[in-house]
Design a protein around this ligand. Structure first.
Ligand SMILES: [Zn+2]
Length: 504
């Protein structure tokens, strides 16, 4: 602990000096950015060993000369800074850090280093159906996925979807995903879903759910306890469990299940606040029965009323806003403006790649677009023109990192680049066409950056992507599995229905 405190003190000094010469510091970062290639790729690539060997497990890593967007309130944004990773954790953040012998050095050349992104709601099991629902509404999704299509899933389809979905997430710098897994119709489906998550070195929260079962039988048949005992003997692992089950409509029979989750220290997430499906009754039910707490994340939430938002804020419960989903499928307007008004804690999510993208750059942009666009529209309708935007880019970046960490109860471990936390990091190139010149790191992350800029990804201290290539991840194998899964699902769905669903 002493080392961490010492590290923090040196960081504070560094930041003060930076603040004293912010313009000069930014200028240095900008020059470095323009002149160098992240990772020294242009000069060092030919003589370096392969990434898997260079970043072998247990070898410390230092990122040198980065623009570090720490998302740590005390550290802020550091120019020309280093981040040292030892074992699974961030050992130190600062300038010209001393390193242990044998440390792997990544010269970032002014690259942009951020915490790994956290997605608090993604139905990863649906990855094989990527893109088929691009024209759908929520009603069409419900009819298809929870009518016939979901029932066509074999255990291996869940495994394949989860595996490819987590590979995709890692590639985009999404280091933690709450896999909202609500097609666990048999124990075999559940085990296969876990297998798919474990096949990829990403951090996942396995949201145990079954949209096809009755609420009473689902949790008390012993299946969740079996999974906890057999697949999650420790919470100190990359994949951890919680409950993902809709309290829509509220049902007294769910009270024992909520007690079960609380007794076992499992968080709970439910969709809710959806126009035409659910208003405040989920919140009222949880509050009246003593279960509205920081352990609860409600997804979407655009249909809640003032009382609902007030109760969420008072209880410290979370919203997961999936703006791309809500704007296209019609669950309700993305409620970030309402949540900000009432002080509800927020995280962001992508929902499903059946329609949308699976990266948090898109989530941040969609959220900003929706929030600001509505404010402008309402002003115009009043005959006014806004002179400033209320929602700032830094807030949205906070929701995509620390907000997600808090919603998962992991804020002490992930979500910011803070000495002592687990090392989940994303290094973005700043020599790409959209990332140079780099003048506003947070602004670039929110409105400029994309998947192609993600150079290096670290999860739990392990390099899983470097120089734009996944490391120690069998991408071709994951693709083969998910393509075979799609073939099966399409055959089950039938050509006529598939074509109608794709283009209708
Ligand atoms: Zn969802």
């Amino acid at each position: 602990m002493r080392d961490q405190r010492d590290g923090r003190r040196s960081n504070q000094v560094s930041r003060r000096s930076l603040l004293g010469g912010a313009a000069a510091a930014a200028g240095v970062a900008g020059v470095a950015t323009g002149a160098a290639v992240v990772g020294g790729a242009a000069t060092a690539h030919a003589v370096e060993p392969p990434s898997a060997e260079r970043f072998r497990p247990g070898r410390p890593i230092v990122f040198r000369g980065a623009t570090v967007v720490t998302m740590d309130d005390e550290l802020g944004v550091l120019a020309d800074a280093d981040v040292l990773v030892v074992g699974t954790r961030i050992e130190a953040v600062g300038h010209a850090l001393p390193t242990p012998p044998g440390t792997a050095v990544v010269e970032t050349g002014g690259g942009l280093l951020t915490p790994g992104f956290v997605d608090t709601h993604r139905h990863v099991w649906q990855t094989a159906l990527r893109g088929v629902g691009v024209e759908w509404t929520l009603a069409e999704y419900m009819e298809r996925m929870f009518g016939r299509w979901g029932l066509a899933y074999r255990p291996e389809d869940l495994a394949a979807g989860n595996r490819m979905g987590m590979v995709e997430a890692l590639d985009a710098g999404v280091t933690t995903v709450l896999d909202w897994s609500h097609n666990l119709r048999t124990p075999e489906h559940a085990d296969a879903a876990v297998d798919g998550l474990l096949a990829v070195p990403a951090r996942a929260r396995f949201g145990i759910g079954n949209a096809f079962a009755d609420s009473a039988g689902w949790i008390h048949g012993g299946e969740v306890d079996r999974l906890l005992d057999s697949r999650f003997p420790s919470r100190d692992q990359l994949v951890t469990p919680q409950i993902a089950y809709d309290i829509v409509p509220p049902d007294e029979e769910l009270l024992p299940a909520l007690r079960f989750a609380r007794d076992r220290g499992l968080q709970w997430t439910s969709h809710g606040g959806i126009v035409g499906y659910a208003a405040d009754e989920t919140i009222t039910f949880l509050a009246d029965n003593g279960f509205l707490s920081p352990d609860i994340t409600l997804v979407h939430g655009g249909a809640y009323g003032e009382d609902g938002y007030r109760r969420l804020a008072d209880a410290g419960a979370f919203l997961s806003i999936a703006a791309e989903s809500e704007l296209n499928a019609g669950q309700g307007y993305p409620p970030s403006h309402r949540a900000r008004e009432f002080g509800v804690r927020m995280s962001l999510s992508m929902d499903t790649v059946v329609w949308w993208s699976g990266d948090m750059f898109s989530a941040m942009r969609a959220t900003l677009n929706a929030d600001r666009g509505l404010a402008h529209l309402r002003a115009h309708e009043r005959g006014e023109v806004l002179q400033s935007n209320a929602l700032r880019s830094a807030e949205v970046l906070e929701w995509a990192t620390m907000g997600g960490a808090r919603a998962l109860g992991m804020e002490a471990e992930i979500g910011s680049i803070t000495p002592g936390k687990l090392a989940d990091l994303v290094l973005l190139r700043t020599d790409t066409t959209v990332m140079s010149p780099l003048s506003n790191p947070v602004g670039h992350l929110v409105f400029q950056a994309g998947r192609a800029d993600v150079d290096t990804v670290v999860v739990n201290g392990r390099v899983v992507k470097h120089r734009g290539e996944l490391v120690g991840v069998d991408v071709a194998g994951a693709r083969r599995e998910v393509e075979a899964s799609l073939e099966h699902l399409r055959a089950e769905i039938g050509d006529q229905e598939w074509e109608a669903a794709s283009h209708g």
